[in-house]
Design a protein around this ligand. Structure first.
Ligand code: ATP
Ligand code: MG
Length: 316
């Protein structure tokens, strides 16, 4: 595979994602439930799933541990996604979601993840130093389990600079803040993550664009801010665009940001112009919102929505 057209996704806190459908779910009662759906999860893994769906060569890396880690690696293999992970002493986490189609609720119990030891952090950095030069893009998605230093993403971004690899940052909290200071190629916060970085919520689309411009001034080439079902904003040297998704039959938007990131990378690898890249991203976010699970939309579902995305230039 050609280096420029392949993607490495980093998932520090991979998960066994278990989802139950429980009609009329409420607290303090016993429910008898059918076997839930169990899949490999974690934001970088969701990104890898959609990249694989779109035919982009991808490798998933990060930390895995114990029986849950073995399950995650096995299910990635079944899906056709190669994994190259660092094994930890601690057990990879389980994230449990209960969906109630009647009440329209989604309740989640997400384990924080295993304690990662300093030698395991060092092992992943070493693995990344070897892997990075083989890829055109690296994605850093999601939160970190306990023990991972808050400058982890920043360090990988600096590694990317040294090796000429484009690093895309989609994280939150200190990992995002410190990552931004290391100047990734692209950053993709949602509204809450952007607000946390600036210490205030953008009051309008114009203010959202201004905040994105401020991030660009640091040297970040592409800033995309996602606004849930309202759509997303793109700010780069080529210009500024706002795109609105079409209405879809809503199931769950968990993983819409991850699906969007994957589709934008697909479009960038195929050298589409910025407005088209944004269109593909917004279409994939919407396609994901219309299916059960994170990153399980099909190529056809995404492709069908692309022309239905409204995309316009942001007024200066
Ligand atoms: N209900 C929805 N209907 C249509 N499109 C949606 C919906 N929710 C999200 N999207 C699309 O997906 C994109 C990403 O969604 P969102 O802003 O929720 O990302 P996120 O918070 O990073 O999600 P996650 O981190 O769970 O993957 C949005 O910019 C939008 O284009
Ligand atoms: Mg997100």
């Amino acid at each position: 595979m050609s280096c420029e057209t392949s993607v490495l996704t980093v998932t520090l806190n991979a998960a066994v994602d278990k989802t139950y459908r429980v009609e009329g779910f409420c607290l303090d009662r016993v429910f008898r439930v059918e076997a839930g759906r169990i899949v490999a999860g974690g934001k970088g893994i969701n990104v890898a799933r959609v990249l694989h769906t779109l035919g982009v060569p991808v490798v998933a890396t990060g930390f895995l541990g114990g029986h849950n880690g073995a399950f995650i690696l096995d299910s990635l293999k079944e899906e056709g996604i190669p994994g190259d992970f660092v094994w930890t002493r601690g057990e990879s986490r389980v994230c449990l979601a209960v969906i109630d189609p009647i009440g329209g609720t989604q309740t989640e119990l997400n384990e924080i993840g295993p304690e990662i030891h300093p030698d395991e952090v060092a092992a992943l950095e070493e693995k990344l130093a070897h892997l990075l030069p083989r890829f055109g893009y690296v994605t850093l998605s999601g939160s970190a389990p306990p023990g991972v230093p808050a400058d982890f993403h920043a360090r990988v971004i600096r590694m990317g600079h040294e090796m000429g690899v484009k690093v895309v940052l989609d994280s939150s909290g200190d990992l995002l803040r410190q990552g931004i200071e290391a100047v990734p190629y692209m950053v993709k916060p949602n509204r809450a993550e952007l607000s946390a970085v600036f210490g205030r919520e953008p009051a309008s689309l114009q203010e959202t664009v201004q905040m994105a411009r401020q991030l660009r001034k640091k040297g970040i080439q592409i800033v995309v801010v996602t606004l849930g079902k309202q759509g997303a904003v793109w700010v780069s040297a080529e210009g500024e665009w706002f795109a609105r998704p079409p209405e879809v039959e809503f199931v769950s938007a968990v993983g819409s940001g991850d699906s969007m990131l994957a589709a934008m990378l697909y479009a960038m690898i195929h050298e589409m112009p910025p407005a088209e890249v944004l269109r593909w991203g917004v279409a994939a976010g919407a396609a994901n919102a219309a299916v059960f699970g994170a990153g399980f939309c099909t190529r056809e579902q995404i492709e069908q929505l692309v022309p239905k995305v409204e995309c316009e230039r942001v007024a200066a």
